[in-house]
Write a protein that binds this ligand. Sequence first.
Ligand SMILES: NC(=O)c1ccc[n+]([C@@H]2O[C@H](COP(=O)([O-])OP(=O)(O)OC[C@H]3O[C@@H](n4cnc5c(N)ncnc54)[C@H](OP(=O)(O)O)[C@@H]3O)[C@@H](O)[C@H]2O)c1
Ligand SMILES: *[C@@H]1O[C@H](CO)[C@@H](O)[C@H](O)[C@H]1NC(C)=O
Length: 347
Amino acid sequence: MPQHHTIFFLGATGFLAGDVLHLLGRDYPNYHVKALVRNPTPERVAKLKQLHPNLTVVEGDLNDAQLIADQAATADIVINSASSDHWPSVKATLDGLEKNAASRSSDPPLYIHISGCGIISDNIRGEKVENPKFWSDIGLDLKDCDQSNTHLESDIPIVAAGTRKENPIRSIIIYPGQIYGVGRGVQKTTLWLRIFMDYAKRVGYVGTWGRGFNAQNTIHVEDMAAAVLFIFKAAVEGRAEEGANGLYFAVTDKILSYGEWTKLMGDHLYSKGVVKEPGCKPMSPEIVEPLGNYGWSLLGGNLFAKADRLARMGWKAVESSKVSLMDNLPEAIDAALEDDRPYVHIS
Ligand SMILES: NC(=O)c1ccc[n+]([C@@H]2O[C@H](COP(=O)([O-])OP(=O)(O)OC[C@H]3O[C@@H](n4cnc5c(N)ncnc54)[C@H](OP(=O)(O)O)[C@@H]3O)[C@@H](O)[C@H]2O)c1
Ligand SMILES: *[C@@H]1O[C@H](CO)[C@@H](O)[C@H](O)[C@H]1NC(C)=O
């Protein structure tokens, strides 16, 4: 592969992306990162350039299909850390990458997509389960997942693009567990914390989907970004498994139930006067039903994963064994409270 590469990066201002860009800036400073950014204020752009020295901004939104397809058609690598549930932007990316692959069939472009463990939800609606199923990423076939689960709408076509006979691309999908920690990028706090902050401010307490016995594997953002870089490096060096085998769970074996961390979150927000009661309790149907199956499946199910592929390659989490999600949660909440932007827009 040539010395200089162009990476088209979706979601550069996001939480995970901040730590990933920092590592890319450290280890791949001469790669050119073209970051799709909506609302590229001078402050946001300056922060991005601090993370990576050879970063330029392409102003645009995930709904700008033509722009995304054009960028994907000319990049060597596309990394998507923007949304695991925005099919139009993934379709535009795949369209562009297909043209790209057709124009350079001996050296097809690489697509690294960040998805999530929502694909393996058991849809238990917050209830207790005796013997939960643990999923391995080795031998994983997306067709074995409950097809009503989140993320599959994009992930199945990505694997198809990575395995087709005509103009295949090089596809890799990474599945983070519940990412925690305070990030070093533009967005300091993790997506799920912002979602739960948003609900807590609206309803006056910290709530769960159902009784909150459901749980998932956790991972510190520094480990998560290191896992992405580890896979990126292997792919650039031609050592990574791709296509049908290019599915990587990125989790530690530390599992935490929603009931446990929401209780701590409720106590902390109560001590700050943000909510009216400490602890947590199930949210009422009027509150949770508008998010429908998306909410129930992703936030009310068990997502039990084993990062077997990364382990086989010799990857180990470091920071997660020093600082747990519970250790970090108060600090992360305080960072979210300091941010004056709206957390997320939940319809
Ligand atoms: N955080 C977790 O625990 C976790 C766990 C599993 C999977 N994941 C997945 O990992 C990925 C990154 O997560 P994250 O926590 O880093 O998310 P995040 O902080 O919300 O970052 C999302 C990024 O995408 C950008 N974006 C969103 N909608 C856009 C639009 N319409 N047009 C242009 N840009 C848009 C955001 O830009 P703005 O700055 O302009 O908003 C931001 O840069 C997501 O796919 C997520 O589902 C996350
Ligand atoms: C930045 O990327 C461009 C395009 O790949 C490359 O030509 C240039 O050498 C890079 N600059 C630095 C400082 O690495």
